[in-house]
Ligand binder design. Structure first.
Ligand code: TMP
Length: 211
């Protein structure tokens, strides 16, 4: 593996990841670091098709196990064709979500066994782990307001997972907190209730851990 660093952003719905992901890419590039930005599920042609199948189609919505396997199929393709080749060339990779989302959403959220997800995740990404994971934590009321704002601004409605209910979303948020406790050297919890500038200051500070 080359010297590229692998940074992931995680969090529940409406935590403001997308804004911070773009900001980090710009800041690193301003320092002359080559960066590939990607997202999960997605980031390759195949994985983007899978994204649509998981999020948007109502014809035959995936059952929980099928949902898990679709996320993992998308991840395997992204790691193999985008993330690993970039890291091997010394390019930094930032991903909007990665394997912690599967543990939080399909494990803590859907209730599928964490140990199975862990093994399947490792298999799908051939052992690849992020160097740093920024966990954006946001209060449910702030998240709900952000989601409503986004829906209005983009004239879209919530997708199947966003609509999964407040209990589901509370479980996965607790799951993320649990994951951060288990790997404090990798996962940095960030209070994301503030303004984008306030959150950005915390994100940028956390980068010191890997630079
Ligand atoms: P987002 O990119 O807009 O956050 O949408 C991705 C959705 O998919 C979001 O609801 C979280 C969910 N998700 C999982 O349930 N498991 C996963 O492994 C990943 C990567 C995402």
């Amino acid at each position: 593996m080359g010297n590229g660093k692998f940074i992931t952003f995680e969090g529940g719905e409406g935590c403001g990841k997308s804004t911070q992901v773009k900001r980090l890419k710009d800041a690193l590039e301003a320092e002359g670091i080559e960066v590939v930005l990607t997202r999960e599920p997605g980031g390759t042609w195949l994985a983007e098709q899978i994204r649509t199948l998981i999020k948007d189609q109502a014809e035959d919505p995936p059952c929980d196990r099928s949902e898990l396997l679709l996320f993992l199929a998308a991840r395997a393709q992204l790691v193999k064709t985008v993330i690993r080749p970039a890291l091997e060339k010394g390019v930094w990779v930032i991903s909007d979500r990665f394997s912690d989302s599967t543990l939080a959403y399909q494990g803590y959220g859907r209730g599928l066994p964490l140990e199975v997800i862990d093994i399947a995740n490792t298999f799908a990404c051939e052992n690849l782990k992020p160097d740093l994971t920024l966990l954006l934590e946001v209060d449910p009321t702030v998240a709900a307001a952000r989601l409503a704002g986004r829906e209005q601004a983009t004239n879209t409605t919530a997708d199947r997972i966003e609509r999964a209910g407040s209990e589901f979303h509370a479980r996965l948020r607790r799951g993320f907190v649990e994951l951060a406790k288990q790997e404090p050297w990798r996962i940095v919890p960030i209070n994301a209730n503030g303004t984008p500038d306030e959150v950005w200051n915390e994100v940028w500070k956390s980068l010191k851990r890997i630079r």
